[in-house]
Design a protein around this ligand. Structure first.
Ligand code: KIV
Ligand code: ZN
Length: 455
């Protein structure tokens, strides 16, 4: 029997916090395009911008509110009348508008940035929420720098805004300072101390300054938060926000640890990531979890061999589940013969064992010089290896007629018994146990060699 899974609201702030990261600002058309993709992705809330920040952002939020009708559309406002009015002006035509009000609560922000007392902070927060609530039913409040705020004072502010009508309490780790256990405890404290908390949604908004944004967001959810704020590719202020794709896939891949569900359509993740990168011109870090170009690439021979036999050996989710067309076998100096022969087949060439040995030796030499052996290199190498004057016996047998023309392949010849360029004494497996030399020893030896060649 499977346990009931709690539903987590995915609040995407790529178009607001994400846009605040250097090089990521977007114009109205670009924001609209991405908002449609976020809609296809199935997020629950799109924070479309900060309407008071500029006329351009105001227009963007208004345009998104007018045409993207399924998700909630949120606009950010400081805890003051002009900001809230401007946000409402941009949002009022949305099918499901939300005003998101924030005010810093840590002493360091009160003292140096806002220059107000704690009492003034409570009053300002209360007034701002009352005013926002007079305009819009759905109001979110964020105590900025919550994780460096005295917890007693934080609960006092939260109590005031719940009484004033806030429907979501978002707890930001504004400077990426907290760690998972601490953040989970903070959520628990808030749930225990704020009266009426059961009527509002607790949310987590984590920055990645110590690389723990996703872990912190997941800890918050485990402690009772039911909304997470996140961005595509984890973009955002400084080191970024918690990455949407990592949070969603952690819940999908590890339901034993995170028994939650979201409405995100996994197959749309890669398209969203690519679109964002294309619009902003900011590339995705190659080893970025889920959306980086190496996330499903396997170069080491042992890994390639394993993945070709069964993807479960080295993949904890399928590339297709996040919309990546296919896992890529990157051919480099660590690659094994199994991967090389598959790629040759994909290019239209099937080799017998000896011919593959020839190609493989040259391939390893080439891969030592250049990092990645691309298809055109491989085609050249095949052509070279099998020149009539070359030492290798030409045994190329193109399996795709059109591609055969590219390589000018000679006619197949009878296959001599393959030579054995590898150790021919008793073979051992990866754990040093001798391999049996019975009828199918050729196949077993091939596997063992692939292991050796891959190392
Ligand atoms: O990081 C932060 O504190 C914010 C708030 C405006 C929610 O982005
Ligand atoms: Zn933020």
């Amino acid at each position: 029997m499977t346990a009931e899974r709690a539903r987590i609201t995915i609040f995407d702030t790529t178009l607001r916090d994400g846009e605040q990261s250097p090089g990521c600002s977007m114009n109205r058309q670009e924001k609209l395009r991405l908002a449609h993709q976020l809609d296809r992705l199935g997020v629950d809330v799109i924070e479309a911008g900060f309407p008071i920040a500029s006329d351009g952002d105001f227009e963007s939020v208004k345009a998104i509110a007018a045409v993207v009708r399924r998700p909630i559309i949120a606009g950010l406002a400081r805890a003051c009348r002009p900001d809230i009015e401007r946000a409402w002006e941009a949002l009022r035509d949305a099918a499901r508008p939300r005003i998101h009000v924030f005010l810093a609560t840590s002493d360091i922000h009160l003292q140096y940035k806002l220059r107000i007392t704690r009492d003034q902070c409570v009053e300002q927060a209360r007034e701002a929420i009352r005013f926002a609530k007079s305009l819009c039913e759905d109001v979110e409040f964020s105590p900025e720098d919550a994780t460096r705020t005295d917890p007693d004072f934080l609960c006092r502010v939260l109590q005031a805004v719940v009484e004033a009508g806030a429907t979501t309490l978002n707890i930001p780790d504004t400077v990426g300072y907290t760690v998972p256990a601490e953040f989970g405890n903070l959520i628990t404290t808030i749930r225990q101390r704020v009266k009426g908390i059961e009527k509002v949604t607790i949310s987590a908004h984590c920055h990645n300054d110590l690389g723990m944004a996703v872990a912190n967001a997941l800890a918050a959810v485990s402690a009772g938060a039911r909304q997470v704020e996140c961005t595509i590719n984890g973009i955002g202020e400084r080191a970024g926000n918690a990455s949407l794709e990592e949070i969603v896939m952690a819940m999908r891949v590890r339901p034993d640890r995170f028994a939650f569900e979201t409405s995100v359509v996994g197959e749309q993740i890669f398209a969203a990531s690519q679109m964002l990168s294309e619009i902003t011109g900011v590339p995705v870090q190659p080893n970025k979890a889920i959306t980086g170009r190496n996330a499903f690439a396997h170069e080491a021979g042992i890994h390639q061999d394993g993945v070709l036999k069964n993807p479960l050996t080295y993949e904890i989710m399928t590339p297709q589940s996040v919309g990546v067309p296919d896992s890529k076998l990157v051919l480099g100096k660590h690659s094994g013969r199994h991967a090389l022969s598959i790629r040759c087949e994909q290019l239209g060439y099937q080799f017998d064992r000896r011919a593959l040995d020839d190609i493989y030796r040259r391939f390893v030499r080439l891969a030592d010089k250049i990092k990645h052996v691309e298809d055109h290199h491989l085609l050249e190498l095949i052509r070279d290896t099998h020149k009539p004057s070359g030492s290798a016996t030409p045994l190329i047998e193109p399996i795709v007629a059109t591609q055969a023309a590219v390589v000018n392949a000679p006619a197949p010849e009878p296959t001599p018994e393959p030579s054995k360029p590898f150790p021919v004494g008793p073979q051992t497996n990866a754990f040093g146990v001798p391999l049996p030399l019975h009828g199918d020893s050729h196949h077993e030896q091939t596997q063992q060699e692939d292991y050796l060649w891959g190392v």
